[in-house]
Design a protein around this ligand. Structure first.
Ligand code: IFM
Length: 441
């Protein structure tokens, strides 16, 4: 594997998944606090109330990152810490935490990558419609300006939203994520308001400092048709389009793709004059969250009706049920090149597996290590082929709150014993550390 000089090696996390301290220093309730308290929504009734206790143990976590040798750390800011009340007043005490964190990272020689929204919407915003309301996009930009005002003198890299597809489809269609709405019919409106919020937030960040590097983190995925049957092809094209082109087209200055608008019967009434210019604010970078490639078949088609042989099953499936398909990373980097992206960072990539019992004190998570290796290998190949890939963030530093799956899935390079908070690097962390030290120039 070869990586160019200046390539950033990182780890990524998000606020609700690791911080805990949900009612400390003026933070108000988020939609995930509310959602996780509803019986049946999260496995084992887990919540992020304590999580990895990172709010208190952040210095120890920076030491772990120093030990890993990473050059960058991607984390998110909790909106309900910064603007806890509907009146919009900024809670400087909430920002103090991130201020200390950023200083600590810079002292350790680690570049902070800030994500402004990784799903912990203030509950009061949900009470007035959440992302179905245009006002939430305005409020997001105001919140972005407040964070920039406090951290913008030291933070250079900004990601506005994390995975807007997940927010819209899991939050407002399937109901698996907060706010848990099933079949609201509003998921495409939610996409638009998030993208609008992204555009206004990008303007606010650049008004603070035109040199900021501004982007958005998208979960892009290839979706392959199960067979050549026209119904399978159509199903795969629809799903793939909604995950990828639905976001990339407007972000890169095109309209929402017509065929998808028609397929979904979307009225597009929420798109006001001038919105698409806002959404298409120039991107300095795209964050690519890549995990898997799925095979899609039309649900109404049985296998014996399919003409071509079924695609072979991938050799390996993670505990999420996701196939290990590194070639999809190369395909998505290629797609971003087609759109003319100047710089891409893999802002998430990783896997959940049950951890084996430690032997001589070491958790030998070979499958997680292998996942990282094959994806980094693919990344190096893509760079050789011309992809403008500038950095890679492993998901994730610590085992943490995996949303609706609670603490039942472990993605961490570092094991967390949740009752005590004790952190123990797994074999994958040792491997990542070695890989970084032999490739970091
Ligand atoms: O844990 C999540 C993260 O918050 C967003 N991207 C996918 C990860 C694994 O499911």
């Amino acid at each position: 594997m070869e990586f160019p000089p200046g390539f950033l090696w990182g780890v990524a996390t998000s606020s609700y998944q690791i911080e805990g301290a949900v009612d400390v220093d003026g933070r108000s309730e988020s939609i995930w606090d509310r959602f996780s308290r509803i019986p049946g929504r999260v496995v084992n009734r887990d919540t992020g109330a304590i999580a990895c206790d990172h709010y208190r143990r952040w210095q120890e976590d920076i030491r772990l990152m120093e030990w890993l040798g990473v050059s960058a750390y991607r984390f998110s800011i909790a909106w309900p810490r910064v603007v806890p009340e509907p009146d919009g007043a900024v809670n400087q005490v909430g920002l103090d935490f991130y201020d200390r964190l950023v200083d600590g990272l810079l002292e350790a020689g680690i570049e902070p990558f800030v994500t402004l929204y990784h799903w912990d919407l203030p509950q009061y915003r949900q009470d007035s419609g959440g992302w179905t309301a245009r006002d939430t996009a305005h409020a997001f930009a105001e919140y972005a300006a407040a964070v920039e005002g406090r951290l913008g003198d030291r933070v250079r890299y900004w990601l506005t939203l994390n995975e807007p597809w997940v927010v819209a489809h899991l939050g407002y269609r399937t109901g698996q994520h907060a706010p848990g709405l099933v079949g609201s019919g509003k998921e495409l409106d939610v996409c638009h308001h998030q993208l609008l919020g992204h555009g206004w937030a990008a303007q606010a960040l650049r008004a603070g400092n035109p040199d900021h590097q501004v982007g958005i983190a998208l979960n892009l995925e290839p979706r392959l048709a199960r067979s050549d049957h026209p119904l399978d092809l159509e199903a795969a094209a629809g799903e793939k389009g909604l995950m990828n082109r639905w976001f990339l087209d407007p972000l890169f200055g095109r309209d929402y793709p017509n065929y998808l608008v028609e397929l979904m019967g979307w009225s597009g009434r929420v798109v006001a004059d001038g919105d698409l210019e806002v959404v298409a604010a120039p991107l300095d970078m795209v964050g690519l969250n890549y995990y898997r490639t799925e095979v899609v078949g039309h649900p109404g088609l049985s296998d014996c009706e399919r003409p071509a042989p079924l695609r072979e099953n991938p050799p390996e499936i993670t505990e999420m049920g996701w196939p290990v398909t590194p070639s999809g990373l190369g395909r998505m980097l290629g797609l971003l090149q087609e759109y003319g992206t100047k710089a891409v960072y893999v802002t998430e990539n990783g896997s959940a597996y049950p951890d084996p019992t430690p032997k001589n004190g070491l958790i030998d998570d070979e499958r997680r290590r292998h996942y990282l290796e094959v994806h980094l290998d693919e990344a190096a190949r893509a760079i050789k082929g011309g992809a403008p890939l500038k950095g890679y963030f492993a998901w994730t530093l610590l085992d943490n709150f995996e949303w609706a799956l609670g603490y039942s899935r472990r993605f961490g390079l570092i094991h967390v014993d949740f009752p005590t908070g004790k952190r123990t690097p797994k074999a994958s962390a040792h491997w990542y550390r070695k890989t970084i030290s032999s490739h970091r120039h």
